[in-house]
Design a binder for this molecule. Structure first.
Ligand SMILES: N[C@@H](CCC(=O)N[C@@H](CS)C(=O)NCC(=O)O)C(=O)O
Length: 231
């Protein structure tokens, strides 16, 4: 489905879809949805552990140096939630809730709630992975962010206790957004039983599996679980 290329960089507008992607990061949300929709797309792999995302070539795509970036319909966009909404709106209406349609407000709420979870994941990723010298980490902040991440998951938990997917009507685009967040949160907090079951349902989907990194790809996370340091 995807045409993976090892480096980020400017692409000509050939009318196709291109995803700039850090394997396992938020860009996986978008890759998962593209795979659910069986859309052809090109992938530009980025290595978050190198300086690549700060260099001029990628700055031409994403001046802030983050992932994902998506070129679609001749425009490059920079927010995974916007990518999910636009792809559903233009190419996957069965996974969307259009304005005026039943469930619209709930769908929109979940799409953005994915980032409420995501901000705590980002803080913990920074502490556990990016700050390599333990002396630069704050245990207080790490504990606080872990507790706050766990708390955000309660909203998902109380929903997926009673139904398989976030929307009562079945799997939709917001499961790609929130599902990635819950799956990744599980690297930092112990997930409750309903959340483990929800993540397992997500991970069983062929499109999810097709979005996992290949063996040789640089990945954001190299452990299944990051314990809080003692103290
Ligand atoms: N809200 C943005 C967040 C993008 C973002 O911060 N992505 C992370 C990877 S998950 C990143 O690029 N981090 C690199 C950095 O912060 O320098 C989205 O969902 O697209």
């Amino acid at each position: 489905m995807s045409d993976a290329s090892p480096e980020g960089g400017q692409v000509e507008d050939d009318g196709g879809i291109t995803l700039w992607h850090v394997p396992l990061s938020r860009s996986m949300r978008v890759m998962w949805l593209l795979n659910e929709l069986e859309l052809p797309f090109a992938v530009k792999l980025l290595d978050i552990t190198s300086k690549q995302m700060r260099e001029a070539e990628y700055a031409a795509i994403h001046p802030v140096g983050r992932a994902p970036a998506l070129k679609v319909d001749g425009t490059i966009i920079h927010e995974s939630g916007a990518m999910i909404e636009y792809l559903c709106e233009t190419r996957g209406q069965h996974l969307w809730r259009a304005p005026g349609e039943e469930g619209r407000l709930g769908w929109l709420d979940w799409l953005h709630f994915a980032e409420t979870i995501g901000q705590h994941i980002a803080a913990l990723t920074q502490s556990h992975l990016m700050l390599r010298d333990p002396a630069t980490r704050s245990l207080t902040v790490m504990k606080l962010e872990t507790a706050r991440l766990g708390r955000t998951l309660r909203l998902v938990e109380q929903t997926v206790e009673g139904q398989d997917w976030l929307m009562a009507g079945g799997f939709s685009g917001v499961d790609c957004a929130v599902g990635w967040s819950v799956w990744t949160a599980g690297r930092f907090v112990r997930l409750s039983e309903p959340l483990v079951a929800y993540v397992a349902r997500c991970a069983e989907r062929p499109a999810f599996r097709a979005s996992l990194p290949g063996a040789d790809q640089p990945v954001l996370y190299d452990r299944d679980f990051y314990e809080l340091p003692d103290g």
